[in-house]
Write a protein that binds this ligand. Structure first.
Ligand SMILES: *Cc1c(COP(=O)(O)O)cnc(C)c1O
Length: 320
């Protein structure tokens, strides 16, 4: 995969905006008879896997003539969209709620996005963003768009090209875009029998609760520090996959997710969000939680909205 191109018009050949990430075996997580492989999405230039799907969607909407992108995420999806927009030379508007951190605002502005801060929660910011979408604008959804899933699936294409067939894939679930993308990738590579371990944090467990209820439920509120997993309802497609693919739901505590992030910094020298720590917590405990799989693939989804100091503060609170 080549370097990011600066597209100057709609008729140049599109280059992917994401990079091909390393696939490495984790000595710290592997044990006798069980290898844990890490797909290092935290190393994507905008800091998370999101650029795969968002980048693909943005390129496609640009090709169809979009003159502006609009998003309603102050998290990794908004940051990835702003990164894609800058590289495609298309204006980007991001509407974020008042709860958005100074760090996230700074990261968005660094990508030259126009930022409107509006409303007490995602719902209000999203409503304003939706109301501003004109005929030549494209709305970039954080998790519910087939173009996004198609782009996310490229991470599994890379694993297939490396010849590493997993016996199980561990990944985090917010609204389920990553889940839909990874399952699409497994299926298009002939790996439709590979189970997916879908990890959420307690308080952001909209998929786990939907599976338990046998219907797609909506959480009344998000009660987890893993804000990137904080979709109150998963997409219909994500829920439907639980009946059509071997998807096993696991819920971990915020404390376990944060502890895994800290441990991962020491072991692999990478900072990630608790949203990613949820997957790391399961990967660290793979022998106990996933006993019978020889080759485990963990998607290190990354995330840029948590700092080292923030992770340490969360850990100190959890230990009190
Ligand atoms: C968006 C995100 C998730 C969750 O992805 P969904 O597609 O919403 O399920 C997990 N981790 C990180 C770091 C994210 O940015």
């Amino acid at each position: 995969m080549g370097p990011v191109s600066i597209n100057v018009g709609y008729d140049c050949i599109p280059m992917p905006l994401h990079i091909e990430t390393p696939l490495i075996e984790s000595a710290a997580m592997s044990s006798a008879g069980q290898s844990v492989w890490l797909k290092m999405e935290a190393l994507q230039p905008p800091g998370s896997f999101k650029i795969r799907g968002v980048g693909h969607a943005c390129e496609e909407y640009a090709r169809r003539g979009a003159r502006r992108f609009i998003a309603a995420s102050g998290g990794n999806a908004g940051i990835a969209a702003a990164y894609a927009a800058r590289h495609l030379a298309i204006p980007m508007l991001v509407v974020v709620p008042e709860t958005t951190s100074a760090r996230a605002l700074e990261l968005l502005r660094r990508e030259n996005a126009e930022v409107i801060v509006h409303g007490a929660s995602f719902q209000e910011a999203n409503a304003l963003a939706q109301s501003m979408v004109g005929a030549t604008d494209a709305f970039i959804h954080p998790f519910d768009d087939p173009l996004l899933w198609h782009g996310h699936a490229s991470m599994i294409d890379e694993v297939a090209r490396a010849g590493r067939r997993p016996d199980a894939v561990v990944l985090s679930v917010g609204g389920g875009g990553l889940l839909c993308g990874v399952i699409a990738g497994l299926r298009r590579n002939g790996w439709s029998d590979v189970p997916v371990i879908a990890v959420e944090t307690d308080g952001a467990d909209s998929l786990a609760q939907s599976i338990a209820a046998g219907a797609r439920i909506e959480l009344a509120r998000i009660g987890s520090i893993a804000t990137s997993l904080g979709a109150r309802q998963v997409s219909q497609q994500a829920f439907d996959w639980t009946g059509a693919h071997d998807v096993r739901s696991v819920v971990v505590s915020d404390a376990a997710a944060v502890a895994a992030c800290i441990r991962f910094m020491d072991d692999h020298r990478i900072v990630s969000e608790p949203a990613c720590g949820a997957t790391l917590a399961v990967a660290y405990d793979a022998a106990a939680m996933l006993g019978r799989f020889d080759q485990v693939l963990a998607i290190v989804c990354g995330g840029v909205t948590a700092t080292v100091a923030q992770l340490q503060a969360w850990q100190a609170t959890a230990n009190k």
